[in-house]
Ligand binder design. Structure first.
Ligand code: AMP
Ligand code: MG
Length: 414
């Protein structure tokens, strides 16, 4: 019976492809430099200048002519006349390094004409207006070349890149104070279930603490989207329809629970009553089989399963890439690498399994262990994990020492 059931479930890759096909990136808006972190750039940013603008010193020392100091050594230093000093930001003030001369120079100061290398202070000794140079240097030594960081005309950031701290620094350095980025999706989050209770009051027997809403709001914010938490809806068609109705103005709605075959699972009926076309109902994976996806115009609806681990795994596989596509991101996938399994893992064939794992790296090789009991309600297995071990549908067992694929989930890889 199970085998037949699995055949009618939608494969994970098909589901993801179908979801992504329905999505167009959101409109573009301008954004000030300081607020760009985590946003996705909607245009190629081209440098209009060389960075650094001029050749400058990488060290505190003396700007010299390499020919003058070719024979320098500790015992037979070369003596040069010090004709002046250059500080970072200083104007050149007509300094010219002619043969037999040197200029005292600080890190970041422009290299004066005539000089073609810098000798570090540590390799010199100054007395009066003379400096003894103890070492030879090669052409260009301790000089940062104009344009070595960035050339005028170079693409600093390509459309679709997610902006990280170094990128913001680069944008500042080429005097970009505002850039065009994709709008941040608004994402409504709704929990369902008569038994589900917010943190606060003591639980009565049979009640369950609402963890999903908090997991999801945190994930949504982490990827630079705007979560709108709307609360817990009771298990009634009418109440579910009403609260979902309030969420219809968002770009995305994510619910948890209420999508199985139980008598109190009203999410599908409620969302269909609001005119959402349901495109996916069940996916060939574990955990996370009951997972609903639908659209109404540009609105995306995700009905995630209620079990806390299923909620997270489904979010990572489907909602997260969907949010990134909405935000115009070019790269959507979590990185997947090979790892050596440390444990035996047994599974039923038929569905892809996402097993919570903890990877370590030794001598450049990934190793992975499972994080203990894997029940889809055991959120601890997820909190102890830094990856998901992805076992293909047909796999029945993995022996310790064999290679498996792991999806890295705790990395800012986009
Ligand atoms: P359901 O799909 O509604 O039957 O929910 C499946 C399981 O997940 C049940 O054991 C629920 O109690 C649990 N569950 C549902 N919603 C939440 C939530 N927001 N936080 C934690 N557990 C939940
Ligand atoms: Mg329920």
């Amino acid at each position: 019976m199970k085998r037949d059931e699995n055949e009618i479930l939608m494969p994970v890759e098909r589901a993801l492809a179908l979801i992504l096909e329905t999505i167009r990136p959101l409109p573009v808006e301008p954004c000030g430099l300081a607020a760009l972190a985590g946003r996705v750039i909607a245009e190629d940013i081209i440098s209009t200048m060389d960075i650094p603008m001029v050749d400058n010193s990488a060290m505190d020392g003396y700007a010299v002519r390499t020919g003058d100091v070719a024979g320098a050594g500790r015992r037979d230093p070369v003596g040069l006349d010090v004709i002046g000093e250059l500080q970072a930001g200083a104007a050149m003030a007509g300094l010219l390094v002619e043969p037999g001369r040197a200029v005292r120079i600080m890190t970041g100061a422009p290299i004066p004409p005539g000089a073609d290398a810098v000798v570090r202070f540590e390799d010199t000794e100054e007395r009066g207006e003379r400096v003894s140079i103890f070492v030879p240097v090669v052409k260009g030594e301790n000089i940062r070349r104009a344009g070595e960081d960035l050339r005028a005309g170079a693409v600093v950031l390509g459309k679709g890149a997610r902006i990280l701290s170094a990128d913001i620094g680069l944008l500042a350095s080429i005097n970009v104070r505002e850039a065009r980025v994709y709008r941040r999706p608004t994402v409504a989050v709704i929990s369902t279930g008569d038994e589900v209770v917010e943190p606060g009051p003591d639980l009565l027997p049979g009640q369950v603490r609402n963890s999903n809403a908090y997991t999801l709001v945190s994930e949504i914010a982490r990827y630079g989207c705007e979560p709108r938490y709307l609360g817990i809806v009771r298990d009634s068609l009418e109440a579910t329809r009403l609260l979902l109705g309030e969420a219809m103005g968002c770009n995305v709605i994510v619910t948890t629970g209420g999508v199985s075959m139980g008598r109190y699972d009203f999410v599908k009926d409620a969302i269909a009553a609001l005119g959402v076309e349901i495109l996916i109902q069940n996916i060939r994976m574990k955990p996370g089989k009951p997972c609903v996806f639908g659209t109404k115009g540009p609105l995306l609806f995700f009905g995630l399963p209620g079990n806390p681990v299923s909620t997270m795994v489904s979010f990572i596989q489907f909602v997260r890439p969907a949010l990134f596509k909405l935000m115009g991101a070019a790269r959507l996938a979590k990185p997947v690498v090979h790892a050596v399994a440390r444990d035996d893992i047994v599974k039923k064939p038929g569905r892809v399994h996402f097993i919570r794992g903890l990877f370590t790296v030794r001598d450049g090789e990934f190793y992975v262990s499972t994080t203990g009991p894997q029940g889809s309600g055991i959120l601890r297995s997820m909190s102890a994990a830094n990856c998901l071990i992805v076992l293909p549908a047909e796999t029945e067992r993995v022996r310790a020492g064999e290679r498996v694929l792991i999806q890295l989930i705790q990395h800012e890889e986009i």
